[in-house]
Structure formats: C-alpha cells, structure tokens
Ligand binder design. Structure first.
Ligand code: NAG
Length: 168
C-alpha cells in the first residue's frame, strides 16, 4: 500500500511538472496586415528579459483590434517595419527602440513560437516564429501555413537568419 501511494505521488508530480513545462496554451489571435497594422509578442512587463519570459509573451499590435489581447505597442517602440506576404507566409521585420519598453541593451533577445505558446492563430495560420533582439534593436515575426517556413530551431542565429527580410 505504501508503495502504491509512493507511485501515485510520483505520477502526480510528473503530471504537474509536465503541465508547467514551456508549452503554454493561450489561444491568442493576431494579425499581420501591413507595415502599419501588425502585432508582435512582447515580454509581459516593461524591462523584462525577453529570453527569460518567452513563454509568458503577450501580443501587442499597432492597434487594439489586431489581436485578442487588445494591447498596443508602446508609443515609439516600433521604428521601422517592412511587410512581406507570399501565398504561404506573411512577415514583418524591422527596427525597434528598446528604451520605449525599458528593454536592456545587454539583452540578446529571445524567441516566441508555436512550440512555446500554443494555440496562437496568426492570419489563420497556426505556425509562427517571432523574435525581439533588444541589443540590436531588431524584431521579426513570420506566420506560416507550414512549419517548414517557420523555422523555430535556430533562434540563436538571430532575426536575419530566422526571418530573412529588410532590417533597415
Ligand atoms: C529611442 O528613444 C529614446 C528616448 O526614449 C531616444 O532618445 C532615441 O533617439 C530613440 N532612438 C531611436 C532609434 O528612435
């Protein structure tokens, strides 16, 4: 009997630890419509380390109606934006001003994607990859019909490799 309780306790502990692992189901809906109407995930609070809060990211957009979070970018945060749409993916790349959200110059950044935050729908697609790199004042987001266009496996290479595009 003792042994059975012990086994039960282990099973419960396992279930608890698995459910608190990175995969966070949020069910956000976001839209990338143009270089002046789009969204990006952001750390939950100003000054948060991007990489350290990856699975707590919340979408912010150029206007409240573009995502189910209803949140907008801090004024002046987005400096440039370049929109590209193909038949299988849509993306926005550009420059940001980290100081408008108190992000740190020493923060090498982090990646939000469909593996960390599940249940996100972006332009009707279920795959996305999204990075903020405060040290370089660079951001990128791509939403894809197929997982092959949204490569989540090379975040350390930075935006230009993960989402090739215009970063001027
Ligand atoms: C970023 O914002 C700061 C003030 O918050 C400003 O001094 C600086 O010029 C801005 N940088 C860019 C690239 O817009």
């Amino acid at each position: 009997m003792q042994r059975l309780y012990c086994l039960l306790a282990i099973v419960v502990a396992l279930v608890v630890s698995v459910s608190s692992a990175p995969l966070v189901k949020r069910g956000y809906t976001i839209h990338l419509n143009s270089d002046t109407a789009f969204c990006s995930f952001m750390p939950p609070k100003p000054g948060d380390d991007v990489g350290g809060t990856e699975n707590q990211g919340i979408p912010m957009c150029s206007s409240a109606s573009l995502s189910s979070s209803g949140k907008v970018f801090p004024t002046g945060f987005i400096v440039t934006a370049h929109y590209v749409k193909t038949s299988t993916y849509v993306q926005v790349t550009g420059r940001m001003n980290r100081s408008k959200y108190s992000l740190k110059a020493t923060d090498g950044g982090g990646q939000y994607d469909h593996k960390d935050i599940s249940g996100v729908t972006c332009n009707g697609y279920k795959y996305f990859v999204n990075m903020l790199e405060p040290d370089a004042d660079r951001y990128c987001i791509r939403c894809c019909q197929s997982s092959t266009d949204c490569n989540t496996g090379k975040s350390t290479y930075g935006c230009p490799r993960v989402v090739p595009g215009n970063y001027s």
